[in-house]
Design a protein. Structure first.
Lengths: 114, 107
């Protein structure tokens, strides 16, 4: 069990640039979640997939954000035209959609928009 | 939407002390989990506990679903217990996190 993997670990970008993050879930997990966390706050839900289908998106996810999970394996989160307010830790998590559904998180991608 | 409140917001302990963290939620849930976020930011799943009591070493958790609260007990605390403890609940398919309890354990 290799756990949830996220890449890159850190990303520094200039305002207006596009960025893309990758998440590799635990291999047998069919659900994949994206969360965002700012300093001093708990993680906030952004979106989630069951297999390749994106089932829910938060109101926090503006049109500049898009997520994909082709073939139900890894997922990417893209932010277009980044703004300083996008600076945060972006967390990916995965789970197996069964009765006792524990969520497992990756180490996150820390985004800094200058 | 559902509200998740945790108390206390901050807790400072000396090594060896015991503590109780509380999580209150405003609506019925079918999933409640406790997480520890270590000083490096990694979130570790401690318990899946929608109801009842579970124990894992020095940690135990109790959820009283009918009264909409959960408690996390830490006994004989160690410096490695430092970090932020989050309670998270899901009335549907996504977990909603509380604001956390920041725990600092000093030697």
């Amino acid at each position: 069990d290799t756990g949830v993997s996220q890449d890159p670990r850190h990303k520094i970008t200039k305002r207006g640039q596009n960025v893309t993050f990758r998440c590799d879930p635990i291999s047998e997990h069919n659900r994949l979640y994206w969360y965002r966390q700012t300093l001093g706050q708990g993680p906030e839900f952004l979106t989630y997939f069951q297999n390749e289908a994106q089932l829910e998106k938060s109101r926090l996810l503006s049109d500049r954000f898009s997520a994909e999970r082709p073939k139900g394996s890894f997922s990417t989160l893209e932010i277009q035209r980044t703004e300083q307010g996008d600076s945060a830790m972006y967390l990916c998590a995965s789970s197996l959609a069964v009765a006792n559904e524990k969520l497992f998180f990756g180490s996150g991608t820390q985004l800094s928009v200058l | 939407g559902i509200q998740v409140e945790q108390s206390p917001p901050d807790l400072i302990l000396q090594e060896g002390a015991n503590s109780t963290l509380r999580c209150n939620f405003s609506d019925s849930v079918n999933n409640l989990q406790w997480f520890h976020q270590n000083p490096w930011g990694q979130l570790i799943n401690l318990f899946y506990i929608p109801s009842g009591t579970k124990q894992n070493g020095r940690l135990s958790a109790t959820t009283v679903a009918t009264e909409r609260y959960s408690l996390l007990y830490i006994s004989s605390s160690q410096t490695t217990d430092s970090g932020v403890y989050f309670c998270a609940v899901n009335p549907t398919d996504k977990l909603i996190f509380g604001t956390g309890t920041r725990l600092q354990v000093f030697p």
